[in-house]
Each structure stands twice: as structure tokens, then as C-alpha cells.
Design a protein around this ligand. Structure first.
Ligand code: ADP
Ligand code: MG
Length: 381
């Protein structure tokens, strides 16, 4: 046992994210363009001398404690024995030890206490925030020396294998790599990331999040079915991933596959192109130029990928009618939040219009707020 005689302590945090554009493209090896937001999950870490890991959270009354040496027995085979939220941080600890071939007896035990102001299940990736905070803290205290991309991969592995949610790498990369006033343009095949200035404030724009309060569940929802359709489409087209197709291939795809599979493929292929167009438009003309791409992205998810819900459609349509530059649902779908790019002065009017539309439709009141592109995972204290 190499635990230090005096416990070390510190605080690390990682943000949630909003995906500006590029939905369901990450697991197709394609392009995404998210940014980290100012809402964060922080973890207070204290080392302990008994080789155990304990996780607690403001999110839950239940804390969970396991011997580090037992993590390899728990994950992934017996993960169901662990309360779901605790699989995120414990899964990160497991994946870190596993991926680095670290002997659990060679690192100190830890107490991890989480607090968060990232809304859960709203499509803002509270999951990547808790993974990123955990990975950053343990990497430093266990002296593993992984870089940010490696830590993002650890988070994804924890989410896929320890939690059982088949999500891609976007959320973790956005949370690890975020910068103030900038987005992360990510190639999900090479994991090459470019920081792109967003310039919202300079253009007098705000990014509004409209949380519909309709909850989604990745582990059980239609997410897995959409992934399967994408894999089927790539196989029919004889390519490793849908990333390898362009809009010029869609006519042939239409001939070769059933209508549903084709529309899933069409969404992903056109969405990849919209991400590239959005980055180019931002660089050339600034954020006002991306409004129509946000709108087109929503239509594609609504009609071709079929992952919207009436609440998301109403939020998007109402925000646009009230003067938004562009709007789309964001996140995995089946609920969660929509975003709208709105002139600073129009924020109250757009907010009021969406609230009124929800009340008129008899929907649960939405939660509407602005977000600011912010810094990624970091040590705070
Ligand atoms: P999203 O990432 O869109 O918020 P997910 O379903 O991917 O939604 O992840 C949400 C889950 O992550 C929660 O149900 C919970 O299990 C876990 N989680 C997120 N933040 C925390 C936290 N601060 N403390 C404990 N668990 C958390
Ligand atoms: Mg998530």
C-alpha cells in the first residue's frame, strides 16, 4: 500500500456541454461542434489509506464504497449490483486502472464527494461532467499522466462498459477540451480537435437553452436502435462508417436500402456536411451565418432521424417565429433541450413566447436559460 501518511485533498471540476451542431454523427466517425458551458460538476477528493474508493453526491442520499482491488470484478460483469449513478465515477476509476495497467494496491484509496449544477438528463451531459471531474482528479492523484484526449476516452469507456450507455466520444471531448468563447470542432475518427472562436457576445447574440423537462434514458431509449440503423446503412454501402459517405452518395443509398434505414443514413451524412459548413461560415462570416444550418439540422432530426418530440418541435418553431437567428433540438433526442441563437435584446421575448406556447399546449413548463462557452475540465483547488 503506497498511500501517503498525510491524506492529500483537492477539488477538480468539469463542465457540461451544449452541442451547437452535429448530432448522432460522433459514433459514425463524423464531425461534431459542441462547446463546454459554465455549469459544472465538481469533486472534492481526499485520499485514504485503506485502498478503498467511496463516492457520494449531492445528487443522491446513497454513498457507495468498494475496494479498488474489487473494481475489476464489478465491471463490467456485475455492474448491475452498483446503484446507477455510482457506476459513472466508479466506472472511471475502473477504466483508469484497467487502461493504464495499474495495480490497484499501488495507488491510494480515495473519497470522492460530488456537487453539480449541471441539469441532469437535459441533454447538457451531466454524465460527461461527472466523468471528466473524476478522471481529472484520479489521473493527478494517482499520477497516471494521461492527456486530455486519453481522459475523454476513459470517460466514454466508463459510460459504455460500466454504465451500459452506448454513447460516442463527443461529450467527453467537449468537457475535457472546452475554452472560453470557443467551440470544439471535433473529427470523431481521428479525435483531432480544433478550437473555433464562436464570437456570440461580439455579435450581440446569446445561446438560449430550452429544457423541455421531457426526460430521456440513453440506456433504454431509441438510441441503440438508431446506432444499429447507422451500422446497417454503412454495411449496405460497403464503408467502415457513415463518415465515409458524402451527400453525392445518397442517391445510390436510396436505391439500396429500405426507407427507414435510408432516412437514418441521410440525416447523418447531411449533418456531417452541416457541421463543416457551420465551421466554415463561422470563420468567414461569424455566428449569424449559421442560423439556417441550425434550422436544417432540426428538420433533419425531426423528419429523417425521428428523434424529436412535440415539446422540442414547439420550442424550436416558437423561438424561430419570435425572431431567433436559428434553433434546433440538441443532444441525443427523445426529450431534453433545444437551443436557439438569439439577439441579446430578444431573449426576454423569445423566452416569454416559448413559455406561453408550452402553457397553451398543456405541456410542463420549460426551463429556459442562456449558456456561455466556457473552460473545460480543470483543478480548482
Ligand atoms: P445527461 O448526460 O444528458 O445529463 P445521462 O443520462 O447521460 O444524461 O446522464 C445522467 C446520469 O448521470 C444521472 O442519471 C446520474 O446517474 C449521473 N450523474 C450525473 N451527474 C451526477 C452527479 N452530480 N452525481 C451523481 N450522478 C450524476
Ligand atoms: Mg449523458
Amino acid at each position: 500500500m503506497s498511500a501517503p501518511a498525510t491524506p492529500t485533498a483537492g477539488t477538480w471540476s468539469a463542465p457540461g456541454r451544449v452541442n451547437l451542431i452535429g448530432e448522432h454523427t460522433d459514433y459514425n466517425d463524423g464531425f461534431v461542434f459542441p462547446f463546454a458551458i459554465e455549469f459544472r460538476t465538481s469533486v472534492e477528493l481526499t485520499t485514504r489509506a485503506d485502498g478503498r474508493i467511496r463516492v457520494s453526491s449531492s445528487f443522491s442520499d446513497e454513498s457507495v464504497e468498494v475496494a479498488l482491488a474489487d473494481l475489476a470484478d464489478v465491471f463490467p460483469a456485475r455492474r448491475d449490483e452498483i446503484v446507477e449513478w455510482a457506476r459513472y465515477p466508479l466506472g472511471v476509476a475502473w477504466a483508469l486502472l484497467e487502461a493504464t495497467g495499474t495495480d490497484p494496491s499501488a495507488v491510494p484509496g480515495v473519497d470522492l464527494a460530488f456537487r453539480s449544477d449541471v441539469p441532469v438528463g437535459a441533454g447538457l451531459s451531466s454524465s460527461a461532467a461527472i466523468e471528466g471531474a473524476t478522471a481529472s482528479a484520479l489521473d493527478e492523484v494517482w499520477a497516471l499522466g494521461l492527456d486530455r484526449v486519453a481522459l475523454a476516452k476513459i470517460g466514454r469507456r466508463a459510460e459504455n462498459e460500466a454504465v451500459g450507455a452506448p454513447t460516442g466520444i463527443m461529450d467527453q471531448m467537449a468537457s475535457m477540451l472546452g475554452r472560453a468563447d470557443a467551440g470544439t470542432f471535433l473529427d470523431c475518427r481521428s479525435l483531432e480537435a480544433q478550437v473555433v472562436d464562436l464570437g456570440f457576445a461580439a455579435a450581440g447574440l446569446e445561446l438560449l437553452v430550452m429544457d423541455t423537462k421531457v426526460t430521456h434514458a440513453h440506456s433504454t431509449g431509441g438510441y441503440g436502435e438508431r446506432r444499429a440503423a447507422c451500422e446497417r446503412g454503412a454495411e449496405i454501402m460497403g464503408v467502415p462508417a457513415l463518415r465515409d459517405l458524402t451527400v453525392d452518395d445518397l442517391a445510390r443509398a436510396h436505391e439500396l436500402m429500405d426507407d427507414v434505414t435510408f432516412r437514418r443514413v441521410k440525416h447523418v451524412v447531411t449533418e456531417d456536411q452541416r457541421v463543416l459548413d457551420a465551421v466554415a461560415s463561422l470563420r468567414a462570416e461569424g455566428p449569424r451565418a449559421i442560423g439556417h444550418l441550425l434550422d436544417a439540422s432540426h428538420v433533419s432530426m425531426r423528419d429523417d432521424f425521428e428523434i424529436s418530440v412535440p415539446e422540442l418541435d414547439l420550442a424550436v418553431d416558437t423561438a424561430r417565429a419570435a425572431g431567433a437567428v436559428g434553433a434546433r433540438m440538441t443532444g441525443g433526442g427523445f426529450g431534453g433541450a433545444a437551443i436557439a441563437l438569439v439577439d441579446h435584446d430578444l431573449v426576454p421575448a423569445v423566452t416569454a413566447a416559448v413559455e406561453q406556447a408550452f402553457a397553451d399546449a398543456g405541456f410542463t413548463a420549460p426551463h429556459i436559460f442562456t449558456v456561455t462557452p466556457s473552460e473545460g475540465a480543470r483543478r480548482d483547488a
